[in-house]
Design a protein around this ligand. Structure first.
Ligand code: URA
Length: 196
C-alpha cells in the first residue's frame, strides 16, 4: 500500500472503539523519507481537532526536543502515534485499540524506512517492542523493531509533569544522536566497501 492508499484507509477506519468518538484521524506528519522517526501514544484534544500529531503543549516540548538534536518537524523527521484516533478523555489506548492500529504504523515505518526510531513513553515502547516494562529499564540501549534500531525516552507529556526527568530525556537524546551517528557511519562505510 502506498502513502495515498494508506492515508485513505486510516481515514475510513472503523476497526476499534475509538472511531465513533474521533473528530478526525491523526495520520502522521513530516518528512516521508526521514532518518528519524518519533512515535508517540495517541492524539489528544488539539490533535483530534487539527488532524496533526503533537500540536498541543506536549507537542511544543517535542519540537524543542527535536531542535536540541538539530531537526525540525517536516525536516529530517517523521512523527506518528501508536493509535490514529483520540482515546476519549486522553486515557491510554487499550491493547486491542493499539493492536487494531498496528498495521498502519507498521506500514508507515516501512514506507519511511527510518535509520532510527525513538519511542516516546511507555505506551509507544510497549507496543513497538511487544513487552510491558517501565521506560526506565529500556533507556540507554538500542532495541529492535522489525529490523529497525529503536531507542526509548520519556513522553513529553510525562516530562511536563515531572520536570526533573528532563535531564534524563536530554541524556536519552544524546544517546539517540550518538546512535544515529554510528548507524550512519557504518552504513556509509558499508556502501563504500560495496562500491565497484
Ligand atoms: N499528541 C500526540 O499526537 N501524541 C501523543 O502521544 C501525545 C500528544
Amino acid at each position: 500500500m502506498d502513502w495515498t492508499a494508506l492515508e485513505a484507509e486510516v481515514e475510513r477506519c472503523t476497526a476499534c472503539a475509538l472511531a465513533p468518538t474521533r473528530t478526525r484521524t491523526v495520520f502522521g506528519v513530516g518528512d516521508r523519507s526521514a532518518r528519524w522517526l518519533f512515535v508517540g501514544e495517541g492524539p489528544g484534544a488539539e490533535e483530534d481537532q487539527r488532524g496533526e500529531p503533537f500540536v498541543g503543549q506536549a507537542g511544543r516540548l517535542l519540537d524543542n526536543m527535536l531542535a536540541s538534536i538539530g531537526i525540525a518537524r517536516g525536516n529530517g523527521v517523521y512523527i506518528a502515534n501508536i493509535v490514529k484516533c483520540r482515546p476519549p478523555g486522553n486515557r491510554n489506548p487499550e491493547a486491542a485499540e493499539a493492536q487494531a492500529c498496528s498495521a498502519f504504523l507498521r506500514r508507515q515505518i516501512e514506507l519511511v524506512g527510518p535509520t532510527l526510531i525513538v519511542a516516546l513513553g511507555k505506551i509507544a515502547a510497549t507496543n513497538l517492542l511487544g513487552r510491558d516494562v517501565p521506560v526506565g529499564s529500556l533507556r540507554g540501549r538500542v532495541h529492535d523493531y522489525r529490523g529497525v534500531p529503536l531507542v526509548v525516552t520519556y513522553h513529553p507529556a510525562y516530562l511536563l509533569r515531572n520536570l526533573p526527568d528532563k535531564a534524563k530525556a536530554w541524556e536519552d537524546l544524546c544517546f539517540a544522536m550518538d546512535t544515529m551517528q554510528a548507524l550512519t557511519a557504518s552504513r556509509s562505510s558499508e556502501a563504500t566497501a560495496g562500491a565497484p
